[in-house]
Design a protein around this ligand. Structure first.
Ligand code: ATR
Length: 262
């Protein structure tokens, strides 16, 4: 697809940006489907998101944004309207610019994550989940797993207050699910999920204590690294089934296009 004066533009906003896989996949999908749109990477510092978004408010050929680490929560506060999912998770990863110039926020990560798990043969219903992280992606995943009627969600996060806030919000929407605060030890849970950004950088420490992982546990990571993260390598070496981050993206790409009105 050639970019022309008629092409719709979508930015993917991230910091760091070099690792993102969405532009290649999104642009290939547009090409395959004859959609005249292009995704462009925008490296925007955490403190300058609002300035960036406001600066684009007059861009009429803007389809919207795809939003990733660390902007998912902050972007939800810049939207004029949120879906119910996004309101619960207080995070967005897709923002459509309407013809009237309004921003509508959606969170597709949770659905993408669960679809990836199911495609990998893991049925969440009735299972226990250990989730590390309490940012935008973690919230989306926690809500999507709760929707699947998991039996227990244990949440651990570096910043305790954020874990407590997520637990409070989850309990409000899902009073019948056991949702508790955990520590760095994921022992005894059927599904272990890293929803932090640890693993994006080569020298990052592991997000949890992986030494006690056992082969009956499934370990998932949201980091979109085609070569596995240290966590997944360690989990595999202990016999666990693993799920990398890419299925979460692959399972929401088509939905991303329609959500953006393309
Ligand atoms: P996103 O919205 O994309 O999920 P985010 O809201 O910045 O991004 O969330 C990142 C998650 O990774 C948070 O849970 C964060 O922990 P804090 O709530 O304590 O910030 C976690 N995280 C990021 N860097 C971390 C680090 N060095 N050690 C532990 N956790 C980290």
């Amino acid at each position: 697809m050639n970019v022309s004066g008629k092409t719709k533009v979508c930015f993917i906003i991230a910091d760091p940006i070099e690792h993102v896989k969405t532009p290649e996949k999104f642009n290939d999908l547009c090409k395959e489907n004859g959609i005249d749109a292009v995704m462009v990477p925008a490296h925007v510092h955490r403190d300058r998101l609002e300035e960036f978004v406001k600066g684009l408010s007059s861009m009429q050929n803007l389809a919207g944004f795809v939003v990733t680490v660390p902007h998912k929560s902050a972007m939800s506060h810049l939207c004029d309207q949120l879906t119910e999912d996004a309101r619960c998770a207080q995070a967005v990863n897709v923002v459509r610019r309407t013809s009237g110039g309004h921003y509508h926020g959606y969170i597709l990560d949770g659905k993408g994550f669960v679809a990836g798990l199911k495609a990998n043969g893991f049925e969440p219903k009735g299972r226990s989940v250990y989730l590390v992280g309490s940012g935008g992606a973690a919230s989306a995943i926690a809500f999507a797993l709760a929707e699947e009627n998991v039996s227990l969600i244990t949440i651990f996060n570096r910043t305790l207050e954020k874990a407590e806030a997520l637990i409070y919000n989850l309990k409000k929407e899902h009073p019948n699910i056991n949702i508790v605060l955990g520590d760095h030890n994921p022992a005894g849970h059927d599904l272990v999920v890293n929803a932090t950004s640890l693993g994006l950088r080569k020298n990052d420490p592991l997000p949890l204590n992986a030494n006690g992982l056992t082969k009956d546990q499934v370990v998932a990571d949201i980091i979109m690294d085609p070569s596995e993260t240290h966590l997944l390598k360690k989990a595999k070496s202990l016999g666990c089934m693993v799920q990398p981050g890419l299925p979460m993206l692959n399972n929401q790409l088509k939905l991303m296009l329609s959500t953006l009105g393309l």
